[in-house]
Design a protein around this ligand. Structure first.
Ligand SMILES: [Zn+2]
Length: 471
């Protein structure tokens, strides 16, 4: 079976056929964070979904070029810069650093390129100039440059490909300066916003005077600069479909001629919303969580990642604290099985079990059917546990089983607890061994080391002292 994705552009399930037929140069652009605050769990669902898509593509032998932008200038950021009385860079760098830290906590692969909007102002200006040259953008009396939906439609193109729009409601000449607006208020949108007093020191020079870019143009400029005028995949949360992604299509296809009759983006993938404790997340309901708040409650990045990965990306998912407890139990089951295998295995195996890999892979190929993939994982755990209980696994089959798990985990990314997640029981054993060594009781120290090994841990002596490491 071939890898299939639900393409929001065609609203159908399609075989994934990359622009490079060998799949060795798959371009994937994910809309990144707006660095004005800590990302919340709803944002993280989208980023973990992006990570799943990339890992699945790589699992299937593709070579991916993963780009994620950092929106470090927009309406919300400027408001916060003003409120906190800092400079743009001083303000955004804090949340950008936090974002990358959180990304690592959730074991998401680092995108290959993470361009900042503020470092691509010349590319943005060049793209706007092209749109003006083609008669698709104009400078309005307020000094800002807007995209002309009317002219775009007159040029024979369709505005409103990802969402249905009612143009009868649209009033000609209406413009929207704000980056975020509703489907009902479709209007010419801002590409370059002329400087206003509220912008403070946040502005750049342009052929249209001092100002700053709109949000939508930034993604068109950076994605095409880094991946070409036509690339394979564009991902984001479903809330970005309109106006953000719709505007990206209009800007990119309006300004550039895509080669070979290709589109700006071949496959648009959108992740669904997240509810928390059955309700829309909101600060007033007390169900609004940043990743950091969940970590402070004692949950780990691994448990949160697991829970976010249990639902299909196109389904609204109800994230609950009970669900996180369930994630802990599920991961424990996997860990126990892996620890036993590690105790038994004789070296690393290059071979995996084709039957399990195929079952796991078939589920993912079906538009990332993650429940099917987890069902394969837990059936594998059950069967492996049975064999372990029967003592019917020798060292080499245990190694094959571990290699099989590692292959599946190259997609799931929940395999090994991070270093800081050493269980307390293991930490106690490490401490006891250190004490035994200090007391020169080497017999006891060796027996504790063996006990640790049986549980799947080794002790590494580092300049900072002894620490436990998963085998
Ligand atoms: Zn974007």
């Amino acid at each position: 079976m071939a890898l299939k994705f639900f393409n929001s552009l065609s609203r159908t399930l399609q075989d994934f056929v990359p622009l490079d037929p060998a799949g060795q140069n798959v371009g994937m652009y994910c809309c990144g964070p707006t660095v004005y605050d800590f990302a919340h769990i709803g944002n993280w669902r989208t980023f973990v979904f992006g990570d799943l898509v990339r890992r699945t593509l790589e699992f299937n032998g593709n070579k991916v070029q993963h780009v994620m932008n950092i929106t470090d200038v927009d309406d919300k950021i400027i408001r916060r810069v003003r409120e906190t009385n800092t400079s743009l860079r001083e303000f955004t760098i804090l949340y950008e650093a936090a974002f990358f830290e959180d990304l690592k906590t959730l074991n998401c692969l680092l995108p290959h390129t993470t361009p900042r909007a503020t470092e691509h102002i010349p590319d943005i200006i060049a793209l706007i100039a092209k749109l003006i040259e083609r008669g698709l953008a104009y400078k309005a009396p307020d000094g800002s440059v807007y995209f002309s939906i009317e002219n775009y439609r007159k040029s024979g193109r369709q505005y409103g490909q990802l969402v249905k729009l009612n143009f009868d409601e649209m009033r000609v000449g209406e413009r929207v300066r704000s980056d975020e607006y509703e489907k009902e208020s479709v209007a010419d949108f801002a590409l370059w916003k002329t400087r206003i007093p509220e912008d403070g020191n946040v502005f750049w020079s342009s052929p249209w005077g001092e100002g700053r870019p709109g949000w939508h143009i930034e993604c068109s400029a950076m994605s095409m600069k880094l991946l070409g005028t036509s690339f394979d995949l564009h991902l984001g949360g479903e809330d970005l479909m309109f106006p953000h992604h719709e505007d990206e299509i209009a800007q990119s296809e309006g300004a550039c001629v895509q080669a070979d009759g290709n589109r700006f983006v071949k496959y648009w993938l959108h992740g669904a919303h997240l509810l928390v404790e059955s309700r829309k997340m909101s600060k007033s309901l007390g169900n609004f969580f940043t990743l950091r708040e969940l970590l402070a409650k004692g949950f780990t990045g691994r448990e949160i990642r697991y829970l976010l990965l249990t639902a299909h990306y196109r389904e609204t998912f109800n994230f609950t604290l009970d669900g996180l407890q369930g994630a802990r139990v599920a991961l424990l089951r996997i860990d126990e099985c892996l620890n036993k295998l590690r105790g038994l295995a004789g070296g690393a195996a290059s071979q995996t079990d084709p039957e399990w890999i195929s079952r796991f892979s078939l589920a993912l190929e079906d538009d990332l059917n993650i429940s099917g993939a987890w069902a394969a994982v837990f059936d594998w755990v059950r069967q492996t546990n049975r064999k372990l209980a029967e003592n019917s696994l020798d060292a080499s089959s245990a190694s094959v089983a571990l290699a099989t798990w590692n292959k599946m985990d190259s997609v799931l990314g929940v395999g090994s607890p991070a270093e800081q997640e050493v269980p307390i029981e293991i930490l106690n054993l490490v401490e006891a061994r250190q004490a035994a060594r200090k007391a020169k009781d080497f017999k006891q120290a060796d027996s504790l080391r063996d006990e640790l090994k049986a549980k799947g841990w080794v002790i590494e002596d580092t300049p900072k002292g002894a620490r436990a490491k998963k085998i």
